[in-house]
Design a protein around this ligand. Structure first.
Ligand SMILES: *Cc1c(COP(=O)(O)O)cnc(C)c1O
Length: 465
């Protein structure tokens, strides 16, 4: 399988290149040259009489990576990646009310869905670097959950250093501690005096700096990295098969950078029968406004109870735009040019109408988030985190046909955001045993201004070369 850039100018590359590079040299994001297709019956057959998450993952991922690993190597890396999960089924599903289902994506080491992709990507990186005797410096921006998941995936690995930028004071206590209390010599945390978009812009600027890039052999783990999106395709197939067999389902996805829900769309493009994708936004509603009006316009970021969605520039949206514009990279480039110059980009009415046949959206504010946590707890006894609650509220607003199950992605464990859960229910959800003493652990991080030169200098001082 070869990979294309969404901006159409970079030459096609292999999976190995895509894995270690993230962003394409023309500023675009990578996508497979063509989507392989799967059939549920066939997939079920080939995954064995009682399919496991790992066996389904092997089947789905194989065509995307063929050539980079042997099938046996792939299966081993998948086994190792998910050995760290506390649920045997990796992503368990449960029916919690009417036709709504929860897909619990939070059984990995850092209690958010990002572990599912990053535990595997960490294994891929390690394997690849060992083969090539290279070393890399992973630089990433996080609004909270990516950072800790990436750090857990890369800690203590000889061939990698990892540097994570987070917005100073704008992540939750648990999120920050999950990053800053990791005692590993290859892990470095920077708190930027700015918001998540500032962090992301700094990272983007470093990737475009050829000299700096070469000096530290930079690599990405942001959700722009194709390998992460690819790993996430698996749980869309897996949960749909669990919940509905071969029948259609809808998915409701609490969205920020648009990586998670785009993976769902990727699963659909590989043959998964999906009725609708419901995009759930908090009050940082750039995505909801786009799916309502066809116009994407960033506004100032406002902090909410669901901080991992406090984003106004959804990087992975570019992948959907590329597919929607019939893979015309020149057109994608000109849309983003418009976005840079005018502050917005727009699709025409016909395109919007077509998009609406597959996409729905809702905007959910903090009050509705809290009410949803409370009412789900009262009705079902289930504690959900504020991100999941944004999704559940959006799902309830978008029930079209009670016969089509809606799978709500539960993107974080409630104990990761205890303040909101407590405010809604009066109950303080407890951290699982492996994190029970998180609040007693020592923190290490450096605070830096929102300034590219300062950040580069810091990284040059830390990266082993
Ligand atoms: C990252 C994250 C999201 C947003 O996912 P995207 O892929 O950025 O759209 C939602 N919920 C939680 C808990 C997250 O960590």
């Amino acid at each position: 399988m070869r990979y294309l850039s969404t901006r159409g100018k970079a030459p096609p590359v292999t999976f190995t290149d895509v894995l270690l590079k993230g962003l394409a040299p023309d500023g675009g994001l990578y996508l497979p040259e063509q989507w392989p297709t799967f059939d549920i019956n066939d997939l079920q057959k080939r995954s064995g009489s009682k399919p496991t998450y790992e066996s389904v993952a092997g089947e789905i991922i194989w065509p995307f990576v063929e050539g980079a690993f042997s099938r046996k190597e792939l299966d081993d890396l998948i086994e190792r990646a998910y050995a760290t999960f506390t649920s045997q089924r990796i992503v368990p599903t449960k029916n919690f009310t009417e036709n709504l289902w929860l897909a619990e994506l939070f059984h990995g080491p850092t209690l958010a869905f990002k572990d599912i992709a990053l535990q595997l990507v960490g294994q891929f990186f390690d394997h690849q670097l060992e083969k090539s005797s290279e070393r890399i410096t992973i630089v990433g921006a996080t609004s909270g959950d990516t950072g800790s998941a990436a750090i857990e995936a890369c800690r203590d690995r000889d061939a990698m250093d990892i540097i994570i930028l987070h917005p100073h004071g704008k992540t939750s206590e648990v999120q920050r501690r999950q990053m800053t209390t990791v005692q590993a010599s290859n892990v470095h945390n920077i708190a930027i005096e700015g918001n998540f978009d500032d962090c992301q812009n700094l990272v983007k600027a470093m990737f475009q700096d050829v000299e700096f890039n070469r000096a530290i052999n930079i690599s990405a783990v942001n959700s722009i990295n194709w390998a992460r999106v690819m790993a996430q395709l698996v749980y869309y197939w897996w949960t749909a098969m669990e919940v509905a067999g071969t029948r259609q389902v809808s998915f409701c996805v609490p969205s920020g950078n648009f990586g998670n829900v785009f993976a769902g769309y990727g699963a659909h493009l590989t043959g998964l029968p999906v009725h609708k994708f419901i995009v759930a936004s908090n009050t940082n509603d750039v995505l909801d406004r786009f799916f309502t009006t066809g116009r994407m316009e960033a506004q100032a970021v406002a902090p909410t109870l669901s901080p991992s969605m406090d984003i106004q520039i959804s990087s992975n949206f570019e992948r959907l735009l590329f597919e929607t514009l019939d893979r015309d990279g020149v057109e994608v480039e000109s849309k983003f040019e418009e976005f840079r110059n005018e502050g917005f980009l727009a699709v025409d009415q016909l395109t919007l109408t077509q998009l609406k046949t597959k996409w729905a959206s809702s905007r959910v504010n903090d009050d509705e988030t809290l009410t949803t946590i409370a009412s789900i707890y009262e009705e079902t006894g289930e504690l959900i985190d504020p991100h999941t609650a944004v999704g559940v509220a959006a799902a309830k607003q978008n029930i079209e046909d009670p016969n089509i199950p809606i799978i709500c992605l539960a993107t974080a464990h409630p104990s990761k955001f205890p303040e909101a859960v407590h405010a809604a229910t009066g109950i303080k959800p407890e951290l699982p045993p492996h994190l029970a003493n998180l609040h007693q652990r020592e923190e290490v991080f450096s605070v830096l201004p929102n300034n590219l030169e300062d950040v580069k200098e810091f990284i040059l001082g830390k990266a082993r070369r």
